[in-house]
Design a protein around this ligand. Sequence first.
Ligand code: ADP
Ligand code: MG
Ligand code: ZN
Length: 376
Amino acid sequence: GKPFPSPAPFTASPLNMKYNPVIGLEIHVELATQSKMFCGCAASHFNVEPNTHTCPVCLGLPGALPVPNKKAVDWTIMLGLALDCQINPESKFDRKNYFYPDLPKGYQISQYDEPLCLEGELALKNGRVIRVRRVHLEEDTAKLIHEKDGSLIDFNRSGVPLVEVVTEPDFANIEEVDEFLKRLQLIIRYLGISRADMEKGSMRLEPNISVRKETETKLPDYKVEVKNINSFRFARKAVEYEIKRQTGLLEKGEKPEQETRGWNSDKNQTVLQRGKEEAQDYRYFPEPDIPPMVLDEILVRQLRDQIPELPNQKAQRFIKDYHLSLYQADLLANDKNIADYFEDCLTFKVKQSITPGIVANWLINKPVNIKSLTPE
Ligand code: ADP
Ligand code: MG
Ligand code: ZN
């Protein structure tokens, strides 16, 4: 192999100053409810004839009244519980006002200061814990389709229930971000509340990135938000690009600006969308057409009881009950169907010598040692 490079000599020169990234995530997930968030229209919109799932509510016509989807509220609370959140005993919807062609009402019904779920966490393999600031419920916007001569609008997506998970800026590198996102996606799939497919846009990411000196402990007083990323690979590239870009600025003695950027997958770089001066004021105020929600302990307990065994618990149980390795257990738990199939296979018990470990290896496609299968 290659010889070890000799370590760089230590100097206190600012040129050798190391910088560390600080990363926080905002994640949107469309819930797989039958109907939309505030009306009875079908929520399905992928491969559907455009503008066929619409009504006065999700078209934003004057006088139409929203009625919240109970299932979407329940499922958001279940996701919050799966992330060890506190459930807010009193929650409400708010109007987030802004103008954009995909938003027919001129405001999005979202949650501002009283989200359904607060203060959760998710532990990573390296033992570090990522704090979840909040999990709230809102509605998706319509979909713009840009063509040569103009843009078309499909309102089938307008009003589809959308959950937003916001973390604290606790990630120290892209590996942690990647693990968190994949774990979150798996938890959502286990809960059965969404397929959370990135390529279909049912899970979308906004990483926030800043960079600080290695020795600094305070959060930087700026952050760069990268909007609407629709693949794990792009998330990785965008974060890596921003870390390099911002570190480069700091090394030149410049200060990165607070701004919103987008990922350009053709150019392989982030591009400026909005500077600090153009930051929007959403003029949030309570949604007057929907009464506040009171979430009592009985309801929360009922929802807690509906939470299935989650991926981590399943993997731990496989290790304990079937003496699998962490590697085997994780691979099986990574897909609920395969994990269930694994346990179904075990109930057959063809031969004593076919241990759970052998079945696990067979399922995760590792070569099976034929000798170990010889009959007793
Ligand atoms: P805003 O009020 O501008 O939305 P928040 O403080 O609410 O900002 O944070 C939004 C997202 O940005 C969260 O995911 C949070 O973790 C992340 N974030 C906040 N400060 C920083 C920072 N200095 N560097 C990176 N991410 C940050
Ligand atoms: Mg944001
Ligand atoms: Zn509708």
